[in-house]
Design a binder for this molecule. Structure first.
Ligand SMILES: O=C(O)CCC(=O)C(=O)O
Ligand SMILES: [Fe+2]
Length: 497
């Protein structure tokens, strides 16, 4: 553990109360800045003398040295950041990042800074205080996360003067070229074909939102059997079919619910949902989210593709060409988590969380698309989404991600656009509204984190769309890393993982 981190955390912990998690210290904390007049010039009986301070510091460092020697740790060293305005801070951000990448930040004994260097040093220390402490093995990744956050904060404040070398700002989708081999892609396609995956709907039906709207907008949308009660199955089916995949069939919903009984398990278990208070909560959340989505753009509820769930066990059975797929996906999540979040849970439990629900192979024939949507239906649902292109269309089929927290621009640009225009110019339209579009390329993978507002409300987290396939066929595999249950969230998974 870095001694400066401990020293800050131990001695200055009360200062962290002024940290508001945003770019500025709160007004309150500014008002509470250190008042030098409070100190007696000759030092009152209650104050530490310089000798005592030095002695305490020496003992602390000796203790650290002994601990380090016992663990066979690296040679400790100190870091000094010079001044030079924001340019110095920008340069030193790079130094911090390299030290974090080399796993050496934990060996820093003293960290001193002046002027421009202190912009960075103080931001870095604030992040450390706010983050608490890492546990053993997690230390290098923990420091990477802290430095990434520091860099993002600087980039936000200093703009182009600071380059985002951490690639962590803005939560961009992570693009991993050639993650799967051609053989692995084809094996997934064959597995899905064996499970009866058919071509998706023809174009004319695919782009017509009318049947969807009539099916969804009625008051009985959640109460499927019309008995006035939204039971567990209805709530689950509604969450799945209305919030995430609006054309998800009842059969699919049954498969999903059925998985609760064994093998993998869904994000929310049937037993959890069976408790009336949970089902009611779930249904009301679903209604709220659904209403909000519907307000934005009803057509977004359309999805035209065919899906086949692939159980993980089938992929990893002896001799399967797809045996390496789960670890490749897990490693992708881990890399992204290290640099974007460094949340220990996401970094270390992703393998298990990944297999919480089956992978899904999706097939889009001409006109097949997935209108703007979010993969995560509620807080505590899917933390990360993964997508691998298995077969690429000749034209169309781009995956477009909307700008963070700004789906308004997208809604505006799509308003009144006829289906035929959307079919031909989807990526062009979405790019013009600020979206980032990725063209399918066989074996390439994308990963992104689904984010929620702090208060748990929906922000169309990482809203994205699959543009219509114009020529050829597009096949993808989708997988999700479930968010672990967290007692501060009122809806979270209770699945039998
Ligand atoms: O096919 C694509 O490009 C996106 C698929 C997707 O968004 C999903 O499966 O949730
Ligand atoms: Fe999606």
């Amino acid at each position: 553990m870095g001694s400066f981190r401990e020293a800050y955390a131990a001695d200055d912990s009360e200062h962290s109360e002024g940290w508001d998690g945003d770019d500025n210290l709160s007004e309150e904390s500014e008002g509470e800045s250190l008042d030098l007049n409070e100190f007696d010039e000759d030092g009152s009986e209650d104050d530490l003398t310089w000798d005592e301070v030095l002695q305490t510091e020496r003992e602390f460092i000796q203790k650290q040295h002994r601990g380090r020697e016992r663990q066979g740790g690296c040679v400790p060293f100190s870091v000094a950041f010079s001044g030079g305005g924001v340019r110095a801070a920008a340069f030193e951000a790079g130094v911090l990042w390299r030290l974090a990448q080399a796993g050496r930040l934990g060996d820093v004994e003293h960290f001193v800074a002046v002027s421009g260097g202190a912009y960075l040093a103080s931001a870095f220390c604030s992040q450390i205080i706010a983050a608490g402490s890492p546990r053993g093995q997690e230390e290098p990744a923990w420091y990477l996360g802290i430095v990434a956050k520091t860099i993002c904060r600087m980039q936000k404040n200093a703009g182009y003067l600071v380059r985002d070398i951490s690639k962590a700002c803005g939560l961009s989708p992570w693009h991993a070229p050639s993650l799967l081999t051609v053989e692995e892609c084809e094996s997934l396609v064959q597995e899905a074909l064996q499970r009866g995956l058919r071509p998706s709907l023809p174009r004319e039906r695919a782009l017509d939102p009318t049947p969807l709207l009539s099916a969804l907008a009625g008051p009985g949308a959640l109460d499927r059997d019309g008995d006035g009660i939204i039971d567990a199955a209805e709530a689950a089916a509604a969450a799945r079919s209305k919030l995430n995949a609006p054309l998800f069939s009842l059969t699919d919903a049954r498969v999903w619910l059925g998985a609760a009984g064994g093998g993998g398990g869904p994000n929310i278990s049937a037993s959890w949902l069976a408790r009336p208070e949970n089902a009611a909560l779930f249904a009301s959340e679903s209604r709220r989210v659904f209403a909000k989505l519907l307000d934005h753009r009803p057509e977004k509820f359309s999805r035209h593709s065919s899906q086949a769930p692939l159980p993980w066990a089938a992929l990893t059975r002896a001799g399967a060409l797809t045996a390496a797929v789960p670890s490749k996906l897990a490693a992708l999540v881990q890399n992204m988590a290290r640099l974007q979040d460094a949340s220990p849970l996401l970094q270390h439990q992703h393998h298990q969380q990944l297999q919480g629900e089956p992978m899904q192979v999706i097939r889009y024939t001409r006109g097949g698309h997935y209108a703007p949507h979010s993969d995560s239906g509620w807080p505590g649902h899917r933390e990360v989404s993964l997508l691998v292109y298995l077969r690429t269309p000749e034209v169309g089929g781009e995956t477009c991600f909307f700008p963070d927290g700004d789906d308004g621009a997208i809604v505006g640009v799509l308003q009144g656009v006829p289906a035929s225009t959307y079919f031909r110019r989807c990526a062009q339209l979405l790019r013009a509204a600020g979206a980032t579009c990725v063209s399918p390329s066989r074996g390439d993978a994308l990963a992104w984190r689904n984010k929620w507002r702090n208060d748990g409300s929906l922000e169309l987290p990482r809203a994205h769309a699959a543009c219509p396939v114009q020529v050829g066929e597009k096949w993808v595999a989708s997988a999700w890393v479930g968010e672990p249950c967290d007692s501060t969230r009122h809806i979270c998974q209770h699945g039998s993982r």
